[in-house]
Design a protein around this ligand. Structure first.
Ligand SMILES: Nc1ncnc2c1ncn2[C@@H]1O[C@H](COP(=O)(O)OP(=O)(O)OP(=O)(O)O)[C@@H](O)[C@H]1O
Ligand SMILES: [Mg+2]
Length: 246
């Protein structure tokens, strides 16, 4: 049995010292798996990911209770850059790319924590192009002018350039046409099959549960449901709230 690479233990998160957003959230991600984190707008999904990658302080947020263990170590004492170096990287909601840089320059910025020579980094740029052939075609284009789907690919590709053990992926399907969503999910699955663990935040519950092994449902800062992906997809409450059933 593979061990867990991430454990979130009963965390509480407060913004601006007073706004309590997460109220005792716990979840586990086994090494090598895809785990889905579902929930409505404002439930606290992005907050959970930012707590894990230690990005909350940039938004005046703070973990005030509980602990988060990534790969055997508390994340609390680590800077976001150190976490990236240790193999934990977040792809933020909203396809963050450097708009003025080319696609390939964006990918190269993703290798900033690495100390290997150019050849290793070149190999990984090519690996990203093998996952996303479209990015290779657009390698010289300014990222600000490529399509939304291409920008999402660029953001995921940039994360891959850090050689992560685990990717925290926030809403990769947001705003994309169905055919592109399918492509992105297929690639996420392919990346996972190469050994990268994925914590996947999605509003597209059907898609997320189709590639995940397990899932959690977050409801205004609490986790009322967890289970196998199949089991959640069959759960009447999940079907009603997130799979569009009456
Ligand atoms: N920087 C912040 N300061 C104060 N409140 C915040 C901040 N960021 C988020 N919140 C609040 O925390 C709650 C959870 O937000 P979060 O972005 O984590 O939700 P989400 O589940 O990712 O939602 P969405 O599906 O819309 O992305 C919301 O009520 C939001 O208004
Ligand atoms: Mg969000």
């Amino acid at each position: 049995m593979s061990g867990k690479i991430l454990a979130v233990n009963n965390i509480e998160v407060v913004y601006e010292h007073v706004i309590l957003v997460l109220k005792g959230v716990s979840l586990e991600v086994p090494k090598g798996e895809i785990v889905a984190l579902l929930g409505a707008n404002g439930a606290g999904k992005s907050t959970t990911l930012k707590a894990i990658s230690n990005l909350l302080s940039a938004e005046r947020g703070e973990v005030t209770k509980g602990s988060i263990i990534f790969d055997g170590e508390e994340v609390h004492a680590r800077s976001p850059n150190e976490l990236v170096r240790r193999g934990c990287i977040q792809v933020m909601e909203g396809r963050h790319c450097f708009a003025h840089l080319s696609v390939e320059e964006n990918l190269l910025t993703g290798a900033f924590t690495r100390r290997e020579g150019k050849a290793a980094i070149r190999r990984d740029v090519d690996l990203v192009y093998s996952y996303f052939p479209r990015l290779k075609e657009r390698r010289g284009s300014t990222a600000g002018y490529i399509s939304g789907g291409e920008q999402q690919m660029c953001a995921i590709g940039r994360a891959l350039m850090s050689r992560p053990k685990m990717i925290l992926l926030d809403e990769p399907s947001m705003g994309l046409a169905p055919v592109l969503v399918e492509q992105i999910f297929e690639t996420v699955l392919a990346i996972n099959q190469q050994g990268v663990t994925i914590l996947l935040v999605e509003q597209n519950a059907a898609m997320a549960l189709s590639i995940a092994g397990r899932g959690y449902v977050l409801e205004t800062g609490r986790l009322p449901l967890e289970g196998g992906a199949r089991e959640l997809a069959d759960n009447p409450e999940v079907r009603r709230a997130y799979l569009g059933e009456a």
